[in-house]
Write a protein that binds this ligand. Sequence first.
Ligand code: HSE
Length: 433
Amino acid sequence: MAGALKVGIAGLGTVGAATIQILNNASAELAARAGRPIEIVAVSARSKGKDRGVDLSGYRWHDNPVDVAKDPEVELVVEVMGGASGTAKDLIEAALALGKPVVTANKALLAAHGPALAALAEAHNTAIAFEAAAAGGIPVIKALREALVGNKVRRVSGILNGTCNYILSRMEAEGLDFAQCLKAAQDLGYAEADPTFDVEGYDTAHKLAILSSLAFGTEVDGDAVYVEGITGVTPLDLEMAEELGFRIKLLGVAERTEQGIEQRVHPTMVPRSGQLANVMGVTNAVAIEAEPVGTVTLVGPGAGGGATASAVVGDIVDVARGNLVATFGRPSGDMAKPVRAPMQRHEGGYYIRLSVLDKPGAAAIIATRMAERGISLESILQKGRDHRRTPNGAVPVILITYATTELLIRNAVAAIAEDGVLDGAPQVIRIER
Ligand code: HSE
């Protein structure tokens, strides 16, 4: 058997500790599969003394994570610290500059600096592997970069944040409030160190930007993603969604359109009978629509130590086998600059929830504003005077539109708000059928 692959791990949080556990518990099996042993030789984290449930005594400790890259014995650097810049970036750059491959779960970093890091890796004849950076335990990076390489991808969409899906699922099923569900997701190790990344949609956006790059052969363009999180979704929206045959999911969608590549993350009404609507809890799902294969949907655990470490270990074994492909699936110089499709041109159906003051003519004004812009209504749902009436005497009115554009919807909603018939801001949620 070939000599051991010597690994250094920076970051010993939920994912780092779970990675060590897998490498130790399955060492013989992994050595057989990789054709050589995999040996952890060095680690680094913020605090040396903390109990992580793993024995670190056999590994060299580095206070500074960058020293893991510089450790002469380390051949592969595993970065599971997180952070879009700072030490994680310094560490990865140091490793690549020394020609050492990197395995990372750091989607924020790749979304912000992916093209530059890929070019650096290439210049030093190495690469970055990042299966754990999108959709946790689902092998979607490998699917897009390798297994589906014979296809032209049209669209990638899905549920890419376990924390948000967990929160929305529990809020709906158990009537719990947002804060309670977020706390539970944090306790289970699903959430980012800063959970606003999850609930404001940025984590999904980072993952989507990475998937989009692999799908379309374009440079990662994290700034191009339109982002809305789930913090504005109310129990009333969840109730109305159910009544109308929908469920609300935080979706990421990347799609080729005539205007360019559209990348968007937002709460979405999906039909209750559909596949995505029934993906609950921390589970993620990614649908890849491509020619000639058709639609491939991958479903699995999207967050948590075990699921994410499963992906990290998959990448480590790839490196041990010498199976290192170009970071984004093709040479950096061949990645196209993406043309951004503006969100204003997005076309689709919309759910609009208005809190309408109970006065004559209000409904006519709303209908007029929609008609003026050629927006066709599929259904209108008005609740009676006693249903969720606001102190100012407003009641919910829900409009479901046929396909129209984001620009027209925004204009119509702004005009209705100016007409003085509303009590509070309108809620707009996009529909995907
Ligand atoms: N915070 C992320 C999530 C972890 O909830 O999906 C996995 O990337």
